[in-house]
Design a protein around this ligand. Structure first.
Ligand code: SAH
Ligand code: SF4
Length: 352
């Protein structure tokens, strides 16, 4: 079997330099290619300072564009959703969320997800594939390229400053792809994004969380959604394997420095996890010195039987938590009109 072909979005400067050497090209060519790549230019033909034969060889010997953009949608609130296809034909989605002074890319780490949380659209799709680090980084590069093309002026709310692993899939169930993509995000020859501006969200895969915490000083978000085992078993079925006691211990032992935050995500489901007793259970689970709670508006999708709590009730729930000494915020829902909000991602046009 021939070794897998390198993907340009994931290639490191050193590797590319030795590749140039073996192609009898000067080493500085590697730097030029990396500069284009990090700006989001992946088509060798658009790398204007390279000689044509090198552009051709790059195209043949390196997988320069592992993702094909198949659809792009723009929300009334400025959120952008991108649908990409892999060479296998499988589809994935990426979201860009502009806010004052920052721009966040929400990347997918898998096509579908095996974990089947009751309230999540991605979960209804089942698991299809792990994404490689190149396919994860390519999502960010494609957003960069699109923003440059459509704004032209690089205004400050139209650049990528933050990355969250909150798209399709469970990042910690794809450790190889996610770990390697984080190396690339953080590296100086990569995208050079600060660790404080990166957040990985997990539904609570305890052993993988431990490995992750030791390796990456980025922010962690944990999908809690219920603070008693009976309810969490239903909502987040991985709880049957790693129940709240195991999750609590893992969080207590999680390495935490001043740069890093732990957020507990809690999607508010009407009559399910938004009652007074749920608030009390949540308040006793949280360690206020280390953790904050982010309440998420439930985003509906076709076929779901859940209803979101009202905006007023969410505000009251947050105020109740604050009174109990917990830092709690309500997450603003973005891009609902294009099905780009949390939990709404599911490839619309799945390969047969
Ligand atoms: N698999 C990871 C990351 C992807 S989901 C995880 O579960 O944490 C990102 C966030 O969206 C998670 O907190 C998830 O629980 C939440 N989410 C899933 N479905 C949702 C929905 N329909 N409405 C609102 N949030 C949802
Ligand atoms: Fe998977 Fe996260 Fe959706 Fe659960 S909420 S099914 S872990 S993507």
């Amino acid at each position: 079997m021939s070794p897998p072909i390198d993907q340009l979005p994931a290639i490191r400067l050193k590797e590319l330099q030795s590749r140039m050497l073996s192609w009898k090209q000067p080493a500085y060519r590697a730097k030029q290619i990396i500069e284009w790549r990090n700006k989001g230019v992946l088509d060798p033909q658009a790398m204007r300072n390279l000689p044509t034969p090198l552009q051709d060889r790059l195209r043949v010997e390196i997988d320069c564009q592992p993702l094909t953009l198949t659809k792009r949608m723009l929300s009334a609130d400025g959120t952008r959703k991108y649908v990409f296809s892999l060479c296998s034909g499988k589809m994935l989605e990426t979201v860009f969320i502009p806010e004052a002074g920052r721009g966040t890319v929400c990347v997918s780490s898998q096509v579908g997800c095996v974990l089947d949380c009751a309230f999540c659209h991605t979960g209804t799709q089942g698991f299809e594939a792990n994404l490689t680090s190149g396919e994860i980084i390519a999502q960010i590069l494609a957003v960069k390229q699109d923003l440059r093309e459509s704004s032209g002026n690089g205004s400050d709310n139209c650049v990528v400053t933050h990355v969250v692993y909150m798209g399709m899939g469970e990042p910690l169930a794809n450790e190889q792809g996610v770990h390697n993509s984080l190396d690339m995000l953080l590296a100086r020859d990569g995208l050079g994004i600060s660790q404080r501006r990166i957040t990985v969200s997990t539904s609570g895969l305890v052993p993988a969380m431990q490995r992750f915490g030791e390796k990456f000083p980025v922010n962690l978000a944990v999908s809690l959604h219920a603070a008693n085992n009976r309810l969490r078993d239903e909502l987040v079925p991985i709880n049957r394997k790693y129940p709240l006691e195991a999750l609590r211990k893992c969080l207590d032992d999680y390495p935490l420095d001043r740069q890093r935050h732990i957020t507990l995500e809690y999607v508010m489901l009407d009559g399910v996890n938004d009652r007074d007793e749920d608030m009390e259970a949540l308040a006793s689970f949280v360690r206020p010195a280390r953790e904050r709670v982010n309440l998420i508006h439930f985003n509906p999708f076709p076929g779901t039987h859940f209803q979101g709590s009202s905006k007023e009730h969410m505000d009251a729930f947050a105020a109740g938590l604050i009174q109990l000494g917990i830092r709690a915020t309500v997450r603003k829902s973005r891009g609902q009109d294009i099905m780009a909000a949390c939990g709404q991602l599911k490839a619309e046009t799945q390969a047969a």
